[in-house]
Design a protein around this ligand. Sequence first.
Ligand code: AHM
Ligand code: MG
Length: 339
Amino acid sequence: MAYQPKTLHEIIIQQQSAFPYAKGELSRLLSHIAIAAKIVHKKVNKAGLVDILGDAGNVNVQGEGQKLLDVFANETFLRSFQASGIVAGVASEENENIIIFDDNLSVNSKYVICMDPLDGSSNIDVNVSIGTIFSIYRRISPAGQKVVNEDFLQPGSKQVAAGYIIYGSSTMMVYTTGLGTTGFTLDPSIGEFCLSTLEMKTPKDGKIYSINEGNYIKFPRGVKDFIKYCQEKDEETKRPWTSRYIGSLVADFHRNLIKGGIFIYPKTEQSPNGKLRLLYECNPIAFLAEQAGGKATDGLGNRILDIKPTNIHQRVPFYTGSTNMVDKAEEFMFKYHNL
Ligand code: AHM
Ligand code: MG
């Protein structure tokens, strides 16, 4: 049979028909994200051949050294959002303050975006999977005015759409508009993201736990005991489970989404809110997890999507993946009252 894949654009249009009053702006925005993703994909693929590996020589707001690819991805997505004319502003991991687009078109538009343009910094220069994470909201401030911080400080439950691009052995885009989690794979021969799975569903139980065990000594007692539980033998729950940790949130989450598993980045004494950022790492991943039938919490029974942010770069402990595994990890956390 002839190769006739369904493209991202076709699916977006199909899904748009579920919202009869939609003007197609969100669909256009997702298409712009796909184009920027293809540009970043190309650069990532050529990373060893062109002069794009290494440090940019700057330190971002988190105090982390920026890589040249971080800067390239940030600029590519920002340029694409502004050119789209349908984004009024962006909160990016790479920029301390929100970026305000105040040209005539953008200032009148209704969407704002939170993004981590290239997540998985420690894997950027070593040919290991990295990703882009994005989250789209309707602004609260009136169109026609410059966006303000409050437009970005909405709980994740208000996300209109969210997703990630994983630059791995193939490049994939996974997104949700609240109608399930849909996965596409970039076919480089035609330069299009083509449908892989219309409704991705994550198993309720899994056999993979993903956590940076190098930090074990600093973990709360509940997390330590949960790790021990994962390693114990038990026929019924098919334990011991297996440990898999790449160190790129997108890649670790993507694997667990498909196979079933739990990803944890807990708090430690030194970092009482963990490491991962609520707005552009945890919220979009939590939306995708829930839409695929999984769960995302702070490990203490609080749904990530219900947290009201107070700061655009705020961090939160993050527990996500197969529902029964997240519940089990929380059971251990409750047992020791979060100690
Ligand atoms: P980054 O935004 O600087 O790349 O940090 C986020 C990354 C996540 O992709 C990953 O889950 C985590 O940091 C890994 O951290 P660690 O190296 O402490 O395990
Ligand atoms: Mg990041």
